[in-house]
Design a protein around this ligand. Structure first.
Ligand SMILES: Nc1ncnc2c1ncn2[C@@H]1O[C@H](COP(=O)(O)OP(=O)(O)OP(=O)(O)O)[C@@H](O)[C@H]1O
Length: 275
């Protein structure tokens, strides 16, 4: 079976700092792959290299059986993938419908398809009431939803989402969750980064954990659950020990300090009186 995503020794240096270190990802088609890691672990850097935004320093990427970095294959592969990047590159001065029309035209969809798919996506993501607003006036969560709608509009085989649940309300999170589960049930593949373990446990079929640029775990969620919970495994792989954790004994809301200062002022006053 051709993997949806495969990387070999994928590596990225920013000057002399190694952000991603020889990562070998393997994502089966039809899976919902959760890519986890602490802040600064290398998730966004990896997703940018997978989606053609950031050139790898070394190593190889294969998406849907082809090389997205190859001049001949790259455009065809990119037509088959959808991306919701971390920094949501939307055009500020378009409404949601105008933006979806633009994306649809870029993918050579006909007008009727753009309109019907666009309406369904806007309704599902609860953006249909704000069609007159320009995207520059959108809240962060609204921008996230529109970026997701735009990524899904061309019906991609493989969808990349960088933190889709960050900054969205509970109702929207559930809509996105359900939508992704339906999407993979039809044979498509999702690669998603998130910090929300609960969502990964609920919807993902596979998980990869990256720490300090290295892939330290990659397995099915079923396999992982047979041994421990996702949270325990994550902490085991990337957490700090209690010995290393500062206890912030000084953080008492000023209570100890004020008790001390009242003692001082009482003794000072007493001292002053005795003189
Ligand atoms: N343009 C850049 N120039 C230099 N260093 C960078 C650049 N972008 C990211 N880094 C560094 O590379 C490392 C990985 O960053 P990356 O954004 O991939 O992490 P992340 O896992 O997505 O983090 P987060 O969960 O906080 O979004 C970090 O140490 C970061 O400071």
């Amino acid at each position: 079976m051709t993997p949806a995503i495969q990387t070999r020794e994928l590596t990225k240096y920013y000057n002399d700092f190694q952000a991603v270190n020889n990562v070998n990802l393997y994502v089966e088609p039809g899976s919902l792959y959760g890519f986890l890691g602490p802040n600064g672990a290398g998730k966004s850097t990896t997703i940018k290299m997978l989606t053609g935004i950031l050139k790898p320093t070394s190593g190889a990427v294969e998406l849907l059986g082809g090389d997205p970095w190859d001049a001949a294959q790259g455009i065809e592969i990119k037509k088959r993938i959808g991306v919701v990047p971390e920094d949501l590159a939307l055009f500020d001065n378009l409404t949601a419908r105008e933006y979806l029309a633009f994306v649809g035209r870029m993918h050579s969809l006909d007008k009727a398809t753009i309109v019907s798919r666009g309406e369904e996506l806007l309704t599902l993501l609860k953006l249909e009431g704000v069609e007159k607003k320009l995207t520059v006036e959108y809240s962060h969560g609204m921008k996230k939803k529109l970026a997701l709608a735009a990524a899904l509009l061309p019906n991609p085989s493989l969808l990349f989402l960088d933190e889709p649940f960050e900054g969205v309300d509970v109702v929207t999170a559930r809509s996105i969750r359900d939508l992704l589960m339906d999407y993979v049930a039809n044979g498509s593949t999702v690669f998603v980064t998130t910090h929300v373990m609960e969502i990964v446990e609920r919807i993902c079929t596979h998980v990869g954990i990256i720490a300090n640029g290295q892939l330290v775990e990659q397995c099915s969620l079923e396999e992982l659950r047979a041994k421990t919970s996702l949270e325990n495994r994550f902490i085991e792989l990337v957490g700090t020990t209690e010995d290393e954790t500062p206890n912030l004994g000084w953080l008492d809301g000023g209570n100890k300090a004020s008790a001390f200062s009242s003692e001082v002022s009482e003794s000072t006053v007493a001292g002053e009186t005795s003189e």
